[in-house]
Design a protein around this ligand. Structure first.
Ligand SMILES: [Zn+2]
Ligand SMILES: [Zn+2]
Length: 345
């Protein structure tokens, strides 16, 4: 079978490998689609702190179970599945409660452990979740980023009366917006500097948008909700050096909640951080997701509550992935969500 190996930064090679045999508790997946994540170019460039080379990328995965280990029911063969890309110890306290994102021995598939950029891929059977027929393989590949956003959205403790502002209208922001509505938020607004992304947000049901390339946050919020201090929950879907979090702190009313989903870089600068104490803000972090998020997301996508319409900007074959990563790293073309078709379709 084909197996695309990242041998060193910027060096990806297609290799031929034997089709793997599932361990007793594993299932084997015939891989259909893989989503390209924002973290993949970081790994490609050799800048991911936990990745060692060689490594196989691919953690946003959908496919069909084509073989099972001896301890797994044969009834699972043929199931269309989406994958929780976690390899865990299985016996620590968090693992016993299915809080795999807190397992001290957690290895993420496609980063610390080899991912699914290959034709067949084995994983623990409990990490392969069946999808309803209403979900396409493309949706299946996007359950992972959707769950990053959904888990983060839950950290904001959304109430029915809440007005929400999300900064950063990338794929995570787009899923975060839809998740906030699914969790019952009254109004959800988004801010970004890219008009095309804000247009997509409108087509996916956002209440209103602020194009920060044309209007500052304070005027935008005053226009949309009457005053700049009228938002209950904020989501920072950018992270980076902290300027978005700092902007949020500048408009956060007393007692409001702030969730940081985007990854903050080490050299962050957040001069207004002390305000979070004085204004009694709740500041929450979030990391990945738990299986319950996956089960709920499969239900939400399967019933059309959370949609991916317009989100996939590009499709490529597995052979094209090295060029695609080069294209993203060198910003040769604007992409939103890129999906790799590993098997036909
Ligand atoms: Zn991802
Ligand atoms: Zn564990």
């Amino acid at each position: 079978m084909r197996r695309l190996v990242l041998e060193a930064p910027y060096t990806m090679k297609m290799t031929e490998a034997p089709i793997p045999v599932p361990d007793p508790q594993q299932v084997r997946i015939k891989v259909h689609k893989i989503g390209v994540c924002g973290s993949d170019p970081t790994i490609y460039k050799g800048l991911h702190p936990y990745v060692t080379f060689p490594v196989v990328l691919g953690h946003e995965i959908s496919g069909t179970i084509d073989a099972v280990g001896e301890n797994v029911s044969k009834n699972r063969i043929g199931q269309r599945v989406t994958i929780i890309p976690h390899q865990v110890c299985g016996h620590c306290d968090p693992c016993k409660h299915e809080i795999y994102n807190f397992c001290e021995e957690l290895k993420c598939t496609g980063a610390e452990a080899d991912g699914a950029c290959c034709d067949y891929f084995c994983i623990d059977s409990k990490m392969a979740l069946e999808m309803p027929d209403t979900m396409s393989m493309e949706m299946g590949a996007l359950v992972e980023p959707a769950c990053v956003a959904y888990h983060g959205a839950k950290r904001g403790q959304i109430q029915r009366t809440d007005k929400v502002l999300i900064i950063g209208a990338g794929p995570i922001g787009m899923f975060c917006m839809q998740s906030c509505f699914a969790l019952g938020a009254k109004e959800v607004y988004m801010a970004d500097m890219d008009a095309a992304r804000l247009k997509l947000a409108k087509s996916l049901g956002v209440t209103g948008v602020i194009d920060v390339s044309k209007e500052d946050l304070i005027s935008g919020l005053t226009r949309l909700v009457g005053t700049e201090k009228n938002i209950d929950v904020f989501y920072d879907c950018v992270g980076e050096k902290g300027s978005v979090l700092n902007n949020i702190l500048s408009v956060a009313k007393r007692g409001s909640r702030v969730v940081v989903i985007g990854v903050l870089q080490k050299e962050y600068v957040i001069p207004l951080l002390p305000d979070f104490v004085q204004h009694e803000l709740t500041l929450s972090g979030t990391t990945m997701y738990v299986p319950q998020d996956y089960r709920e997301m499969i239900e939400l996508m399967g019933t059309g509550v959370i949609r991916i319409d317009g989100m996939v900007s590009h499709h490529f074959s597995l052979e094209e992935l090295p060029n695609v990563l080069d294209m993203i790293v060198n910003r040769r073309e604007k992409t939103f969500k890129v999906v790799i078709n590993v098997a036909g379709e």
